[in-house]
Design a protein around this ligand. Structure first.
Ligand SMILES: NC(=O)c1ccc[n+]([C@@H]2O[C@H](COP(=O)([O-])OP(=O)(O)OC[C@H]3O[C@@H](n4cnc5c(N)ncnc54)[C@H](OP(=O)(O)O)[C@@H]3O)[C@@H](O)[C@H]2O)c1
Length: 280
C-alpha cells in the first residue's frame, strides 16, 4: 500500500491538530491494534480513542508496533462523564495513560457534558491534569453553544476543540460558529455519517467529476472548511481511500450544493447522554 503524503493541520488556541485522524470507536483487540498500526505506517498521524471505547490497550499496542515516533503522533482520549468529579478525573486519566502506555496524550476531552457535576469543578480538574503534564492540550466533546461559552469562561487553560457529530447531512452551523468565535477547532465525529455517505447521489456525482468516491467528497467538504475529520474503518483499503482527500478541491458551487444536504434533525448519534434536550 502506498503511503499518504504529509497531512495538513489546523491551529487552534496553541494546538496543531492533523486534519485527518483515525476514529477507533467499536474497534477492539487484534483488529483495533492492527488497523492503528496500519494507519500509522500509511501516514496517519492522529488517533482518536476514549476510555469508554474499551480499546486504549489495543490502540497503545498499534501505536508502539508502528515504529512511528511518539512525538510524531497526535493521540486523543476522552474522560467518561461518570469520572468528572475532580479526583476521579485525574485517576481516570492516569489509567488511560497506563493502558495506552504513554506518558501524556496530546489531547484530552470531556466526552459528554455531565449536568450532575458543576462544570467549574470538572474544568478545574481538566486544567490541572494539563498543568501536571498528563496531556498537552484539553478540549470538550458534545458541548452545546451555551456550554462551550460557559466552559471557555471557567477554564484557566485554553480549550482547543469541541468534538461533535458533523457531516453534510446535519446542520451544525451554530456550534461551528461558536467554536470559531472562541478560537477552537471543530473535530467532526461520524464524518462519513457512519458509512452512509457512500450512498448519497449528490456526493457520488460530484465525486465522479473529480475521480473520487462519495466518502472522499464528504471528507473533503469538511476539511476544506478546516474541520478535522476522524473517520473510522476496520478495513485497510479504506484507510487509503479516506486519506486521499488532500489532492483535489471542491469548487464554491460544489461546496454550496453539498451544504444544501444539511438537516436540523440529521443527527445519527444518541443525544440522550448529554442530559440536554437542546443542541444550541
Ligand atoms: N465524541 C463522541 O461522542 C463520539 C461519538 C461517535 C464517534 N466518535 C469518534 O468518531 C469516530 C468516527 O465516527 P463513527 O465511527 O461514528 O462513524 P464514521 O467514521 O462516519 O463511519 C464509520 C463507518 O463507516 C464505514 N466506512 C469507513 N470508511 C468508509 C468508506 N470509505 N466507504 C464506506 N464506508 C466506510 C466503516 O465500516 P468499515 O469498518 O467496514 O470500513 C464504519 O461502519 C469514532 O470511531 C470515534 O473515534 C466520537
Amino acid at each position: 500500500m502506498s503511503t499518504v503524503g504529509s497531512i495538513p493541520g489546523v491551529t487552534a488556541n496553541g494546538a496543531k491538530i492533523p486534519l485527518l485522524g483515525l476514529g477507533t470507536w467499536d474497534l477492539r483487540g487484534r483488529t483495533c491494534a492492527h488497523i492503528v498500526e496500519a494507519a500509522l505506517r500509511l501516514g496517519y498521524r492522529h488517533i482518536d480513542t476514549a476510555e469508554m471505547y474499551d480499546n486504549e490497550r489495543d490502540v497503545g499496542e498499534g501505536l508502539h508496533a508502528s515504529g512511528v515516533k511518539r512525538a510524531d503522533v497526535f493521540v486523543t482520549t476522552k474522560v467518561w462523564p461518570s469520572h468528572f468529579a475532580p479526583r476521579e478525573l485525574e485517576r481516570a486519566v492516569r489509567e488511560s495513560l497506563a493502558r495506552l502506555r504513554v506518558r501524556q496524550v496530546d489531547l484530552l476531552l470531556l466526552h459528554w457534558p455531565n449536568p450532575q457535576i458543576p462544570l467549574r469543578d470538572t474544568l478545574g480538574a481538566l486544567c490541572k491534569v494539563k498543568r501536571d503534564g498528563l496531556t498537552r492540550h484539553i478540549g470538550v466533546s458534545n458541548f452545546t453553544v451555551k456550554l462551550v461559552a460557559e466552559a471557555v469562561q471557567v477554564a484557566t487553560e485554553p480549550l482547543v476543540c469541541n468534538q461533535v457529530e458533523c457531516h453534510p447531512f446535519l446542520d451544525q452551523s451554530k456550534v461551528i460558529a461558536a467554536c470559531r468565535k472562541h478560537g477552537m477547532a471543530v473535530v467532526a465525529y461520524s464524518p462519513i455519517a457512519r458509512g452512509s455517505a457512500r450512498n448519497d447521489k449528490v456526493l457520488a456525482r460530484i465525486g465522479t467529476a473529480h475521480g473520487k468516491s462519495a466518502p472522499q467528497v464528504c471528507l473533503r467538504f469538511l476539511v476544506q472548511q478546516d474541520i478535522v475529520v476522524i473517520p473510522r474503518t476496520s478495513k485497510e483499503q479504506r484507510l487509503s481511500e479516506n486519506a486521499a482527500i488532500f489532492d483535489f478541491s471542491l469548487s464554491a458551487g460544489e461546496m454550496a450544493e453539498i451544504a444544501q444536504l444539511a438537516r436540523r434533525d440529521g443527527r445519527l448519534v444518541d443525544w440522550s447522554y448529554s442530559g440536554s434536550a437542546q443542541w444550541d
